[in-house]
Structures are given as structure tokens and as C-alpha cells.
Design a binder for this molecule. Sequence first.
Ligand code: DHB
Length: 525
Amino acid sequence: MRKKFIAKTLAALLGIGVFTAAVPNVGAVNTCEAAFTFKNIGQTYDLTFDASRGVEKTLTYGDKEIKFIAYENIVYVKKPVNVEAQSLSIYIPAEYLEGGTINDYTAETAPIFMPNGVGGYMPGEIKPPTDNDPMSKGPNAALVALSRGLVVVCPAIRGRTTVTDGVYVGKAPALIVDYKAAVRYLRFNKDNLPAGDTDKIISNGTSAGGALSAALGTMGNAPEFESYLEEIGAAEERDDIFASSDYCPITNLENADKAYEWIFYGENKYYQAMWQIQDLQARLNNKKFKINADNANNPKTVKDASTMTKAEIQISGQLRDAFPEYVNSLNLRDERGKNLTLNKKGEGSFKDYIKRKYIESAQKALDAEEDLSKENWVIIKKGKVVDVDLSKYPAAVTRQKAAPAFDKMDLSSAENDEFGTTDNRPRHFTEIVQKNSGGVMAKAEQISLMNPMNFIGRKDVKMAKHFRIRHGAADRDTSLAIPAILALKLQNNGVDVDFFSPWGVGHSGDYDLDELFDWIDNICK
Ligand code: DHB
């Protein structure tokens, strides 16, 4: 019965009528799981930075020539389990090697901008500075950072499809382990680097990469990661950072399904993202899939709507009903100290807070003379946005994911894969879905280490002092409630948080680079 059900759901997901192929690993019972101990690949690497390896390069940004020294493809751990995925590149403005100053920064004071290229929980590649980024069709964040006098460090990072000798070495929490190891590499070499202040490291990422950036910012020196870091031969150094920039973080995965249904319950039509279909298809066919500019962070959706099944509608209600209890357990407070809660029906001060974020967003757009007259969920009186009607929001922006949005009953999501085993069997990460559909849960530790919410406010962890969190008002990949809860919990624990939902923006990042680097200047100077 169950197998049939799984096949049917997958068929619906893939938009095919008959589903006959075997489903590799999906839904299979996991009997034995290799512990998180990998054979390192043999060679041991020296972690001392070699300043003689630099190559001078020049790119143009606007009418400026940006000269920088590139130190590329440096393995950042002593015992990598995947050399390609555990290498980084460092880019330093050339002026600093001649004692120069840029934007009031010097070689000693220049902050280190550390973007990760992770998307879809796939491996993150090194993204060198470019003036022709496939996403923006112009300069990327790394090039703009150099132009503003920052040192740029781009680490590659293991992801859910990283394989070494047939072993999946990049499942959760490997991506966080690697980002931390890259930070440790920089600290280990702080006296060898020609420029950059290792006490001013700023992470940046989008979507799964935004979640990763948030993790780095909230989990500094957390003791639970020690054995993972030791295993790959990470430098024995601190891994806390100064600031974290997080675009549309796909985070707090244990609760993201509930938050999604709190917003989208009742909307039973959904329009899937193309990359998610391609990703699943590749996994089912044992083919390679790569996130690239055409499919990552690009809300390209299928044209035709799918309709949620009875089982999906049923669990949608269950998830929606479970959200208030979660919100109330957090004891969140707004800027004025008012408690943010929800009653059983999902109404209350937390909902008012979310509405305020949308109102603020719409007002800014209105002030910039955008036409909002067709937005039937936005209520405008005399040039002021006075309210938003969240019951009309799902129809206005459309639902992207059937329920459950993340922990799929048939284990088919990118997140199920992320929480998979070293032999590539996807697993659940929420009890509510696992109880409903059967299948194996990921280990409690694996789940817990992925969630920034579990680390905020802990005395044995050093959080970043500053966060900048952005989640577009038209983002349907996760509910605005998820980054809002992250921002509120950080704020309630004394962290400086700049949280905003830009109007008309879908699931994407790095779209406001001038503002991002102004924020960095503000917190660093
Ligand atoms: C990403 C987007 C998603 O909707 C998701 O579930 C996981 C990852 C991403 O773009 O990285």
C-alpha cells in the first residue's frame, strides 16, 4: 500500500501519469547507517597560507578598475574528505599590498566578506569576483565587496550530493562544519594573510546558503561541532564571526512546515519551482543535478497548477493547527517588549507583527511611487498602507509547495535528502510527518545541529553581533514567519538585527548590494 502511495505522490510531483520506475532509496527502511566518520582521502594538507601564490587580476566595476590579488583553490582542512569541496579562494584588493587605503580601510582593518555559494543544500562552489555574474548579468557581490575595500574569501562547501568513493560525505551538518573550518583557517593564518581583519568576518548567503550563513552567525564555537571539525583536521581556532547577512534563509526546518501552512492553508493549488522538479528527477534517475544560474534562486515555476491530494490537505490542517503552540513556546517579544503570541485559531499579536512587516514593505514601495492598486490584499487609504489582509495573500502570491512543504511524506524533498544517510537514503526530520507517513527519522543530533534557533542565547556559544536578514514579500519558498522568528529571537537575546521584507521580491539574494555594503560599513566603522 505504502509503496503505491509513494509512487503515486512522486508521479504527481513529477507531473507524469504512470510511475513504474523503481524509486531508489526513497522511502527505503534504513537499517544500518555509517557513523559520521569518513576516511580522509589520504593526503594531509599543511594549513599555512602561502602568500607567494597570489596572481594579480583586474576587473571593471562601473568606471573603476578593480585590481586584486587572487590566491585560489587552497585546501582549508588538514584531512579533507573531498578536496574540491573543502577548498577556498582569497581575493585581496591590490592597494593593500602597497600600504594603501580604500574606503577608509587599511590592510589591517579591512573586513573579510565571506559569501557561500550554497543553494538547494547542494555543494557550494567557489564564486570568484566577476563583472558578468550569470544571475545579476553584472558584477557579483564579491566584486562589489573588493571595490569597497573588503577582503573576500569564497569557500567551497560540501553539500547533500558530495560523494567520495561512493560515500555521501556532505549530508547535514557537513555544510556548517565546512563553513566553520574555513573561518578557522583564516584565524589560523591571521598573521600570514597580507590583509583582512579576522575579527571582522561577515558571512553572506541566499536560501539554503542564507540558512548556512545564519548557522555560522549563531553557532560560534559550539562544542557539539568539535568532533566533526577534528575529524577533517580543521585548525584549532575560534569559528565565531562578527556579522551575518542572510537572504531568504530556508531555516528552522523542523517548524517551517507549520509556518508554511499557517500562511497557505486553504490554498490547494500550487505551482512548483522548476529546479525542485529537476532535482528530484535527477535523484530518481541517479543522474547528476547542478544548481546554476538558470535554476537556483530563480523562482521559475511550472505554468500549470497542481492540486493537493486529500492526504496533503489533511496534513496541511494538522500543521497549521500546530503552529501557535510552537510560536507561544518561544516567548517572543517585539521592539516595544510586547509578547508575540497566537491563539488556537492562529490569530494574535504574532500575526499582527507579521502584518506590520508586510505593511512596512508595501509602504516603502508606495513611497517609491510603485503602483500597488492591483494588490487586493493591501489596504491603502490616502496614500498610506493601513492594513494587509493575510487571508488574500496566498491567492495573490500563489503557493509553491504542497503540504508538507519541507518534510515530505514520501521523502522526496531536497531537505529529506539533506538529512539523508551516508548511503544516500532520505529521512524525515519532523515527528508530525514521520508519524503520519512512516519512514525513518534523521538522528536527533543531526536535526538539532542544523537549526540556529537551538543556539541563540546559549552561554557556551558566541553569536555574531550583527545580523541583516532579508526575505522578499513575494517569497513563497518559506513563510515570512520563519525569518521573522529568527530575527525576533536574536533581537530578544540582545543581537543587533536589521530585518526587512522588500516589496515585490521573490526568492533571491544579493539584489541590494549597495545597501548590503553600506550596512557593513556602518557596523565596521
Ligand atoms: C532552496 C529553496 C527551497 O525552496 C528549498 O526548499 C531549499 C533550498 C534554495 O534555493 O537554496
